[in-house]
Design a protein around this ligand. Structure first.
Ligand code: NAP
Length: 325
């Protein structure tokens, strides 16, 4: 009998505990992934601290994994042994995680994933690289859709916070569609932002005059604030005339220019098919999309899930905290 173990959250505000858990066989449209590497997201500490969106306790956190298919549901296009990456959240419906979806969550040996949230990982990409981008790229793509800029085009776009995980993926997606990206980061990450496709990088720790000077007379097509804190949204609103896309639910109230996406909610939920079925397979395959930010691998074992959440909460710089199994 296969033993599954998970880093389990028993109640909001508690520390994760590593325990045996159920091994859930995949149904139609699902796969079961043997997790080899899992990444930590900002959402993990928010959900741990607040219990936001969680309807079923105990709960297994973790959205981003890479591993191998252990079992595929009936009629699946995946085979046992396939190398994959996945955004392995439970399905989101009516303001919370779907109650029928026990078995999901990246911080366990075996996680369910929806088949259309899962894609094959090219052999040249290691598991610890393969887990760094799923949630962030889905979020970034929802941002492009919100701005109406998910089709090929040309002209300037602005990504605030280019060295963050969401910002990194937004820059790569925009660049691949033909746009010219300007961004903000700390000077230590200017080279990184250029490497992933930004043409101009400004220091957000300084004042906004250099950005104002650069934007003068330019037709800016859209702005995505990958940080979406109150101060960053207010700065973006002062700098640009049009919509500022926010990735933080609830921030619409900051100003009429702010349009918020939440990638797991309708109407964006169906973007998974586009991202995992079309965009990523093509761009990862031809090397125009890189698994970024680079993984910071902190250890081997489920105990590192809590340590990773703690690290992520303190803040990272152009890195994705990852543990391996
Ligand atoms: N809506 C959704 O579904 C969804 C999904 C995923 C994430 N999010 C949200 O997206 C946000 C970003 O998440 P993430 O995982 O991408 O973050 P992250 O990678 O952990 O962010 C770290 C980066 O933030 C940069 N940074 C910090 N303060 C900044 C500022 N004032 N201006 C510009 N850059 C700044 C740092 O840049 P330097 O080191 O260069 O200083 C650092 O590289 C979070 O609020 C998260 O909750 C939303």
């Amino acid at each position: 009998m296969v033993i599954n173990r998970a880093a389990i959250l028993k109640a909001a505000g508690e520390r994760l505990v590593v325990e045996d858990t159920s091994y859930v066989k995949p149904g139609a449209g699902q796969v079961l992934i043997k997790v080899q590497a899992a990444a930590i997201n900002v959402a993990d500490h928010i959900l741990q601290d607040t219990g936001l969106f969680i309807r079923n306790w105990p709960y297994t956190l973790g959205s981003d994994v890479a591993g191998t298919i252990e079992e595929a549901g009936p009629g699946s296009s995946f085979q046992p042994g396939d190398r994959v990456y996945a955004h392995c959240n439970q399905k989101f419906s009516q303001g919370g995680f779907d109650e029928s979806c026990a078995g999901f969550g990246g911080f366990q040996f075996y996680t369910l994933s929806l088949e259309d949230h899962t894609a094959k990982l090219p052999n040249a990409i290691g598991f610890e690289q393969g887990c760094v981008f799923p949630l962030s790229v889905t979020t970034a793509y929802a941002g492009l859709m919100t701005l109406g800029l998910n089709q090929p085009g040309s002209g300037y776009v602005f990504v605030w916070g280019g060295s963050s995980s969401v910002g990194t993926n937004a820059i790569q997606l925009f660049k691949n569609l033909g746009y010219t990206v300007i961004t903000t980061a700390s000077p230590r990450n200017f080279g990184y932002c250029r490497e992933i496709g930004a043409s101009e990088v400004f220091d957000y720790n300084g004042d906004d005059q250099p950005i104002i000077g650069f934007l003068k007379g330019k037709n800016l097509l859209g702005t995505l604030d990958a940080m979406s804190k109150e101060d960053t949204l207010k700065r973006c609103m002062k700098l640009v005339d049009g919509t500022v896309c926010s990735v933080a639910p609830g921030t619409e109230k900051i100003g009429p220019q702010v349009k918020t996406i939440y990638q797991a909610q309708d109407p964006h939920f169906n973007i998974q098919q586009k991202v995992y079925g079309e965009v990523l397979p093509k761009a990862l395959g031809n090397g125009t999309f890189k698994p970024k930010p680079d993984p910071l691998v902190i250890g081997n074992g489920l105990e590192y899930a809590q340590e990773g959440i703690d690290m992520c909460k303190k803040g990272v710089s152009a890195r994705k905290v990852v543990f391996i199994l």
